[in-house]
Design a protein around this ligand. Structure first.
Ligand SMILES: C[S@@+](CC[C@H](N)C(=O)[O-])C[C@H]1O[C@@H](n2cnc3c(N)ncnc32)[C@H](O)[C@@H]1O
Length: 393
């Protein structure tokens, strides 16, 4: 089996699956409630939950609620004492069975609204957390969600970005910059996450590169299933919005463009082909430049949202520092109340001992003073030698 064959087949099947929407993802249900996931991704979510046993699953973008129900029912089947929080700007489509489910909490509003984020942050405290991002798929929103929600994910648990197959990877080449571009920008910030490509092994996925495992501080992954040596995926990230070629977009170089056009001159087919490639390259270049500029602008803009986020981050840092301080204080208190320490305090106060301690402290002070004097003397000698040298003596 060659890599090319696997990539071609995965690309073709995923595109057909997506284009036959009426008989595929638009009719998929979980326990009778619609959800927008491929059968293979449903299976993968089940495996991730079974392996990592998250106590809290946060989903942005609930829609009808089928995927919140999927997460909750798998938790239930596995006997996980957990729940699901699903956020959507519009909860009016949510199915009644989802509304009534005891494990599911629904929150109406934008996933990046600071008050909603802080509510979810409180619910996540002390829990094993998994996050699934499936709300507004525009790149700036997904990037903001990644920055906001990634810190909630527990080590070795998963952060999932859905629909990174938009933008020609391999479906909807005409899509605006979306989840895949957000992933590019976010990975450039070197977050402690890695894309777990093993989750794409069934070849049909809406989430290429989107299944991300949080790397624990010691960097050690848990022992996973044995992977075959020639493990192959669809590698959808290699194609941008404007092409079918499974290679990263070429850099736009005016000289090469000129040379290609010159070589093709007089041969209409080749000329048209060269022009088409040039236009494709330029469009891709512009598109990438626009995305980067847009993301940069949004990152640095002084907006209420950015300021509130910064305040939130600082508050988290402060809480963490206070926690560390409290731990240190507790250590000091433990030492002070220990028997040897109290005995030592009493012994020090006995008349003979206190004289001995005072003598030892005097001796230590004198030794420190002698070392300081010696350093001062060496410094003076050095500067004297320096001055004499420059006077020519
Ligand atoms: C693709 S659907 C979610 C599908 C669902 N997760 C599933 O698998 O069945 C996207 C949902 O995101 C919601 N949405 C759009 N912008 C949002 C935002 N800023 N915050 C939260 N939800 C948003 C939409 O209302 C829509 O219901």
């Amino acid at each position: 089996m060659t890599r090319e064959r696997v990539e071609r087949a995965a690309r073709e099947f995923t595109t057909v699956f997506h284009d036959l929407k009426e008989q595929t993802f638009a009719t998929t249900t979980w326990l009778g409630v619609p959800l927008v996931k491929t059968p293979a991704d449903i299976l993968v979510f089940q495996q991730i939950i079974a392996e990592t046993r998250p106590e809290l699953i946060v989903e942005t973008g609930a829609y009808v609620g089928g995927s919140a129900l999927l997460f909750a029912s798998i938790q239930e089947l596995l006997g996980i004492d957990g729940r699901v929080i699903a956020v959507d700007i519009d909860l009016s489509f949510v199915n009644d069975r989802v509304r009534e489910h005891p494990r599911i909490e629904l929150i109406e509003g934008s996933s990046t609204d600071p008050s909603i984020v802080s509510r979810i942050r409180s619910a996540a405290r002390g829990k094993r957390v998994m996050v699934d991002l499936d709300a507004d798929h525009r790149a700036h929103h997904v990037l903001e969600e990644l920055r906001t929600y990634s810190s909630l994910v527990s080590p070795n648990c998963y952060l999932v970005v859905e629909d990174s197959f938009f933008g020609g990877r391999p479906v909807r080449p005409d899509a605006v910059p979306g989840p895949s571009e957000a992933l590019d920008a976010w990975f450039a910030e070197e977050p402690p996450f890695e894309s777990d490509r093993w989750r794409e092994r069934y070849l049909l996925t809406q989430n290429p590169r989107g299944y991300m495992r949080r790397i624990p501080d010691d960097g050690e992954p848990p022992p996973g299933p044995q992977r075959p040596e020639n493990f192959l995926t669809g590698a959808f990230e290699l194609t941008g919005a404007d092409g079918d070629d499974a290679a990263p977009p070429a850099k736009v170089d005016p000289e090469t463009i000129g040379a290609e056009l010159e070589a093709a001159a007089g041969e209409p087919d080749r000329e048209v082909e060269a022009l088409r490639k040039t236009v494709g390259n330029l469009a891709r270049g512009n598109r990438q430049a626009n995305v980067t500029a847009d993301l940069d602008r949004r990152r640095t803009e002084i907006t209420t949202d950015n300021l509130l986020r910064e305040i939130d981050t600082q508050r988290e840092l402060l809480l963490e520092r206070n926690r560390q301080l409290e731990l240190e204080r507790a250590k000091v208190r433990r030492i002070e109340s220990s028997l040897p320490y109290r005995l030592y305090g009493r012994i020090r106060k006995l008349p003979g001992i206190s004289a001995l301690v005072a003598r030892r402290e005097r001796f230590r002070d004198n030794a420190a003073q002698a070392r300081r004097d010696q350093r001062e003397k060496v410094r003076n000698e050095r500067s004297e030698r320096f001055v004499n040298h420059h006077r020519g003596q």
